[in-house]
Design a protein around this ligand. Structure first.
Ligand SMILES: *Cc1c(COP(=O)(O)O)cnc(C)c1O
Length: 482
C-alpha cells in the first residue's frame, strides 16, 4: 500500500490488491440495531453476524487471504504423519524465522501452553514488555507470575514516542536483580503489543533487551503474533532500517530471540500457530508436550489446508505492500478522528484504531463502564461492532468490588485487506457524529454477570432510556438514511 496524492490535494492510502471474492453485508436499520443490541445484552460479543455491518471486533482468523493462499489449499496433502504439506510449512517457517526447529500448534495460546509448561519454573517470574491475556494466564497456570516493564509512554493515551511497545531497560535490570536471575524463567517481548493499542518495539530496544538477557543468561522469547505490523513500523519509523528489506529486518529480530511463537490467526492471515528455536534441548522437551496436547509433530492440531495457507502467508509477509495495508488504514482512520477532535490512542498502531472512551464519555461513572457503553452506542448508530477493552474486561476484586481498569478503550480492529476505504469513511463519519452527540450516551449495569471472563458472555442493561434518545436524535439528523 502506498499513500497517493489526489489532484484535489487529498492524500489517501490506496489499495494494492483487487477484490475477487465478495461476501454480502447487511446494514440493518436503526430500529433493528437497537433491538439487536438489547438481545445481545449490550455485549458486542453476543451480536450475530446477520445484524453486523462492519465487524471490527478482532483481527483474529478474519484477515483476507490472497489468491495464492486459497490456491495452495487445494493441493494440501493429508496424512497423519509426514505429509508433504507439513514439509512445505516447515521449510517456510524455518526460512522465515531463520531457526533450526519448528513445532506446529493449533493456535497462539497452544504455543503459550507448551512454552510455559516447558520453561516456567514454580514460583518464578516472566518479565515482559506488556502482557497478553492468554500469555499471562498460561504462565500463572504453571506457577509463575508476569511482571511488566513497559516504558512510561506505553500506557499514555497520547505520546510522541514512536515505539510505545519498548521495554524499559532499567526496569528490566532492576526486576532481574530484585528477583534474582535464577528466578526469571524467561523474558518475553511481544511484537505489536496487543492490549495497549498495537504499539511496536524498535530493534534497538530488542537488542538492548537481548544484551541484558545474555548478561544474566535468561532466554528471550518473542510473541510474534502481531509481527507483521511491527515489521512495518520498524521499516517506516526506525531511521537505521529505512533502506533495509523486510527480510533483513526480520533476521535482525529473529537473531535476538531464543524462542519465537506465533498465532497464525494473525501472522500469515490463516488459522494455526507455531513455535521455533535453535536449541535441541527445547526440541526434545517441547515435542513430548506437543504430542500430548496438540497432535502429531507433522500437524499439531491444524488442518492441512490451513498449513498450506500459512506457508504462503508467511512468504507474503515479506511484501511491504501486503503488510502496510493494515497500519495505513488504521493511520488514516486515526488521523481523521484526531482532526475531528475525537480522543484516540496516538501514534496510530497496528491491529486497530483505539478510541479513548475514558475521555469520549467522561460524564459516565467509571462503575457504569465507559468503554462498554460507547461500544453499545456505536453499534446502535453504525451497525459496526468493536471490542470493549476497559473495566468490563477486568475481573472483580475478591471482595466483590469493581476492579477499575487503567484505560477505557474501545478497539475498532481492522482485519487485514478486508474493508474498502469507503467503509472506513463510513465508520469514521458515525464516530464523529456520535462524538458530537456524546452527552446522549449513558451507562450500563450488569444483569447477568459470569464470575470468570465476564466480557465474553455477560449481559448488561442501560441505566436509563438513553438508547431510545440516541435513536431519536439519529433519525432527526439522518432521516431515512441507514
Ligand atoms: C491473539 C494473540 C495470541 C493468542 O493467539 P490465539 O491464536 O488467539 O490463541 C497471543 N499473543 C498475541 C500478541 C495475540 O495477539
Amino acid at each position: 500500500m502506498k499513500k497517493v496524492k489526489f489532484f484535489s490535494g487529498e492524500e489517501i492510502p490506496l489499495e494494492f490488491h483487487k477484490v475477487r471474492v465478495v461476501q454480502k453485508l447487511n446494514l440493518q436499520n436503526i430500529d433493528r440495531r437497537l433491538e439487536a443490541i438489547k438481545e445481545a445484552g449490550n455485549n458486542t460479543f453476543l451480536l450475530k453476524n446477520q445484524d453486523i455491518f462492519l465487524d471490527m471486533l478482532t483481527d483474529s482468523g478474519v484477515n483476507a487471504m490472497s489468491d495464492n493462499q486459497v490456491a495452495s489449499m487445494l493441493r494440501a496433502d493429508d496424512s497423519y504423519a509426514g505429509s508433504q504439506t507439513f514439509s512445505r510449512l516447515e521449510k517456510s517457517v524455518k526460512e522465515f524465522f531463520n531457526k533450526r526447529y519448528f513445532l506446529p500448534v493449533h493456535q497462539g495460546r497452544a504455543a503459550e501452553n507448551i512454552i510455559s509448561k516447558a520453561m516456567v519454573k514454580e514460583n518464578s517470574s516472566v518479565i515482559t514488555n506488556y502482557h497478553f491475556t492468554t500469555s499471562r494466564a498460561h504462565v500463572m497456570m504453571n506457577g509463575g507470575d508476569m511482571i511488566e516493564a513497559i516504558n512510561k509512554a506505553g500506557i499514555e493515551v497520547n505520546s510522541n514516542n514512536l515505539f510505545k511497545g519498548n521495554m524499559d531497560i532499567e526496569l528490566l535490570t532492576e526486576q532481574i536483580n530484585k528477583k534474582g536471575s535464577e528466578n526469571i524463567s524467561f523474558v518475553r517481548m511481544e511484537a505489536g503489543t496487543n492490549l495497549i493499542g498495537g504499539q511496536p518495539f524498535s530493534i534497538e530496544n530488542l537488542k538492548n533487551v537481548k544484551k541484558i538477557c545474555n548478561e544474566y543468561e535468561i532466554p528471550l522469547v518473542l510473541d510474534a503474533s502481531l509481527l507483521s505490523d511491527n515489521l512495518y513500523f520498524i521499516k517506516t519509523r526506525e531511521e537505521r532500517y529505512k533502506n533495509s528489506t523486510i527480510k533483513e529486518i526480520l533476521n535482525e529480530i529473529s537473531n535476538c530471540c531464543d524462542v519465537i511463537y506465533f498465532s497464525a490467526r494473525k501472522l500469515s492471515s490463516a488459522r494455526g500457530g507455531g513455535i521455533c528455536f535453535d536449541s535441541e534441548k527445547y526440541y526434545y522437551k517441547m515435542r513430548e508436550l506437543l504430542t500430548l496436547y496438540e497432535g502429531f509433530l507433522t500437524y499439531g492440531g491444524m488442518s492441512v489446508r490451513e498449513m498450506e495457507a500459512i506457508a504462503v502467508g508467511l512468504e507474503e509477509t515479506l511484501d511491504f505492500d501486503n503488510i502496510s495495508q493494515g497500519p495505513e488504514f488504521i493511520k488514516y482512520m486515526t488521523d481523521e478522528l484526531v482532526k475531528a477532535n475525537v480522543p484516540v490512542v496516538t501514534p496510530a498502531g497496528g491491529l486497530g484504531c483505539h478510541i479513548d472512551a475514558m475521555e469520549f464519555v467522561s460524564h459516565i461513572k467509571r462503575e457504569e463502564y465507559r468503554a462498554g457503553s460507547l461500544a453499545s452506542a456505536l453499534y446502535i448508530v453504525s451497525g459496526c461492532r468493536g471490542m470493549e477493552r476497559g473495566t468490563i474486561s477486568e475481573e472483580r476484586n475478591p471482595d466483590g468490588s469493581e476492579h477499575i481498569s487503567d484505560m477505557e478503550l474501545l478497539r475498532m480492529a481492522m482485519p487485514r485487506r478486508v474493508f474498502t476505504l469507503s467503509q472506513v469513511k463510513f465508520i469514521i463519519d458515525r464516530i464523529i457524529w456520535l462524538h458530537k452527540n456524546k452527552e446522549l450516551i449513558g451507562g450500563l449495569k450488569f444483569i447477568d454477570e459470569p464470575s470468570k471472563l465476564r466480557f465474553f458472555l455477560g449481559k448488561l442493561a442501560p441505566t436509563s432510556n438513553w438508547q431510545e434518545e440516541l435513536v431519536r436524535k439519529f433519525k432527526q439528523d439522518f432521516g431515512n438514511s441507514l
